[in-house]
Write a protein of this length. Structure first.
Length: 154
């Protein structure tokens, strides 16, 4: 499971993106598409089952979420992946899902078996789901749960 490496921006562009980020970003953070039923459902699930990590959450549509997408060389308009930042290390696509499941402990940790899939195939599968995510449900998601609301940034 590698951090984002193939989409990094050059240092000058990267420095320009840091202006929109607060100085005190948590080390364990999930950036998700708040209008996607799958993505917001994932965030609610993690908020409900996270007993030890203390993930904080950022809607990808917020100023902080947009800045984090740009910081990691991702298009903030497409929002094709959640970004999971764990101990300051960023994960995208299938690696974002498995890193999160691993951190939640058992039985969710068993889903890290997906890390055994070839990275290309795993990311291809993730991309197919991400590109069709609005077809899986409504675009207007219910209000965040109380557990999620307490952990939202921005």
């Amino acid at each position: 499971m590698d951090p984002i490496t193939s989409h990094r921006q050059s240092p000058p562009a990267l420095a320009d993106q840091l202006v929109n980020l607060p100085d005190n970003l948590p080390d364990n953070l999930i950036v998700f598409d708040g209008i996607c039923v799958l993505c917001s459902g994932f965030a609610r699930f993690v908020a409900r089952h996270d007993r030890t990590v203390g993930y904080r959450f950022v809607d990808a549509h917020s100023e902080i979420g947009q800045a984090l997408y740009r910081l990691h060389g991702l298009d903030p308009q497409k929002m094709e992946t959640n970004i999971v930042i764990r101990h300051g290390r960023a994960y995208t696509k299938m690696a974002s899902f498995t890193a999160t499941m691993r951190s939640l402990g058992w039985p969710w940790k068993a889903l890290m078996i997906l890390d055994l899939l070839p990275r290309g195939f795993a990311d291809w599968t993730y991309d197919r789901i991400a590109r069709n995510r609005y077809r899986f449900g409504r675009r207007a998601c219910p209000l965040p749960s109380a557990a999620l609301r307490e952990r939202l940034l921005g």
